[in-house]
Design a protein around this ligand. Structure first.
Ligand code: NAP
Length: 502
């Protein structure tokens, strides 16, 4: 991927819109700007390539668990997906192609880690300091993702581990795995894809399971050449498939709303899958979750349970507690001699690291503004005290039942609406009130309270452990997000400037 990666401007580069992050959100925003004829923007990216999660996650078995025809931009239909759930590399290629073909590359500044973004009240602009030059922009769009910064558990002795140790999203491809004893910490979406792959090459795999996940059949399949020919000949066939997949995903939210028959249907499907794939009742009991389905992300795999039945795969049903040299010790005191330790322990989700680097009016960071009450944003996109600032894929966007790309596109529409209005209206600072932000946060709290996220008897990365709020989640049907949050309403942004009733 090209882009001005070695550029070190002496004076800040001035752009109308600065986008931070070149994953699905940041590229989607850039593409829409270009498609509407706006060229005064830059996309800064801390890594040396575009692609976000799909650049970072290269672990064995990495693939999407949202169907590919749906997990892609609606405005860039891909007729070439190899299968229903495409491997991560294909999704990364899709994003790289999008950046190149949509003319985003000249706007990219790679290896530019945002160190601080500060609103300057005098000039009404954002001053952004990065590791690869400084920027001044009128509008700042944060597109830094919420599954970006890796999380390691606080386990004593990690630095004493004598073998290779790494996180699933920073896979060390130089570490040999053949014939080695490998520990995997965690049983989330990443671990479930990694474990079957490791089981094929390692001499022993030890899985540290703190809580068992619900796993449903994957229903993956290869797209045949004749299907792809049909897709190429008539793109509407892919669009129709997207529709079906979208509404199927939204249908499944009914179970998250705790509607008994929907819950029962989802639970039965997962537990039957476990029963079909794990004949040993003792192992099955250990793999059975002790919370309601949907409380954590529902996973899909046809190869995870079979891998867990293999003689050289051992299931430790307690957390990793201590590491001591070559030994990894569980909470219950079981010790395992290991050569490699993989942390599939997820990401920093409730206190996004980027929120400590964005400074709004009055010199307050986003993190300080939110405090222990946690993240929230009006329409999941705008924050009080942060003028001309929009967040994509931040608070109130995450979901386990549909495609995040749909959420991102909805937010891009909101921001594009805001920019159209702002340009036409003399470029006043756009800012929502504290009341608007809080009212939206309260409304999401109200909806989340009636869902399995809060009622399901588990802890998950959707929740802020400081207050128990589901701050990251959109706790409703995905289509409602579009209905409610896609449209920019100037009256909310500039309450003082717009007469009541107008
Ligand atoms: P995750 O869902 O946060 O899972 C982390 C796992 O680590 C959990 O099982 C957690 O246990 C466990 N854990 C943490 N500390 C531990 C300890 N000391 N000992 C044992 N286990 C420990 O992270 P992830 O699997 O990387 O997935 C994160 C999200 O990324 C997914 O939910 C999904 O949205 C996305 N993702 C998507 C795909 C895809 O196919 N589209 C693939 C991978 C990831 P508890 O459950 O008990 O907390």
């Amino acid at each position: 991927m090209s882009g001005s990666s070695t550029q070190q401007p002496q004076t800040p580069r001035e752009v109308e819109v600065l986008i931070v992050g070149a994953g699905f959100s940041g590229l989607g925003m850039g593409i829409q700007l270009r498609r509407r004829g706006h060229e005064s923007f830059a996309v800064i990216e801390r890594a040396d390539d575009v692609g976000g999660s799909w650049r970072d996650n290269t672990y064995p078995g990495v693939a999407c668990d949202v169907p590919s025809p749906l997990y892609s931009y609606s405005f860039r239909i891909n007729t070439e997906w190899s299968r229903m759930y495409s491997p991560g590399g294909e999704i990364w290629d899709y994003l790289r192609d999008a950046a190149r073909e949509e003319g985003i590359e000249p706007h990219l500044v790679l290896s530019a880690d945002m160190i601080e973004a500060k609103w300057d009240v005098t000039t009404g602009r954002w001053f952004v300091h990065t590791s690869n030059g400084d920027f001044v922009s009128e509008i700042l769009v944060s597109a830094t993702g919420h599954l970006t910064d890796v999380k390691f558990p606080d386990v004593p002795g990690l630095d004493t581990f004598a073998g290779s140790l790494f996180h699933s999203a920073r896979w060390d491809h130089g570490t040999p795995l053949d014939g080695r004893r490998v520990g995997v910490v965690g049983t989330g979406a990443s671990a479930l894809q990694i474990i079957p792959e490791l089981a094929e090459v390692a001499s022993e795999v030890v899985v540290f399971q703190r809580s068992a996940p619900y796993v449903r059949p994957r229903q993956d399949r290869v797209f045949s050449e004749s299907e792809k020919q049909l897709f190429r000949r008539d793109e509407t066939t892919v669009r129709e498939m997207r529709e079906v997949l979208f509404w199927g995903g939204d249908y499944s939210f009914a179970a998250r709303r705790l509607l008994p028959s929907f819950l029962e249907e989802a639970r039965t499907m997962a537990l039957r899958h476990l029963e079909n794939q794990v004949p040993d009742p003792e192992l099955r009991a250990k793999l059975t979750p002790h919370y309601e389905i949907g409380c954590k992300r529902i996973l899909s795999s046809d190869v995870y349970y079979p891998a867990m039945t293999l003689p050289h795969v051992r299931l430790e049903t307690s957390a990793l507690a201590v590491v001591d040299g070559t030994k990894a010790v569980s909470t219950t005191g079981n010790a395992y001699e290991l050569d490699v330790l993989v942390f599939a322990t997820g990401f920093e989700t409730y206190d996004l690291p980027s929120s400590h680097r964005i400074v709004g009016r009055g010199g307050q960071t986003l993190a300080a503004h939110w405090g222990d009450n946690g993240m929230q944003a009006y329409d999941s996109v705008a924050v009080a005290g942060f003028p001309n600032f929009f967040m994509l894929n931040g608070p109130g966007t995450s979901l386990g039942h549909n495609s995040l790309v749909y959420m991102i596109e909805t937010q891009v529409d909101h921001v594009m609406g805001a920019l159209d209005w702002w340009r036409a209206g003399g470029r006043p600072p756009l800012e929502v009130s504290q009341d608007s932000e809080e009212a939206f946060g309260r409304e999401l709290d109200r909806r989340a309270a009636g869902t399995v996220l809060l009622q399901g008897g588990c802890s998950s990365w959707y929740l802020d452990p400081r207050n128990g709020r589901a701050t990251l989640s959109w706790p409703d049907f995905a289509h409602r997000f579009r209905d409610e949050c896609a449209t920019f309403d100037p009256a909310v942004y500039l309450p003082a400037a717009v007469p009541v009733g107008e």
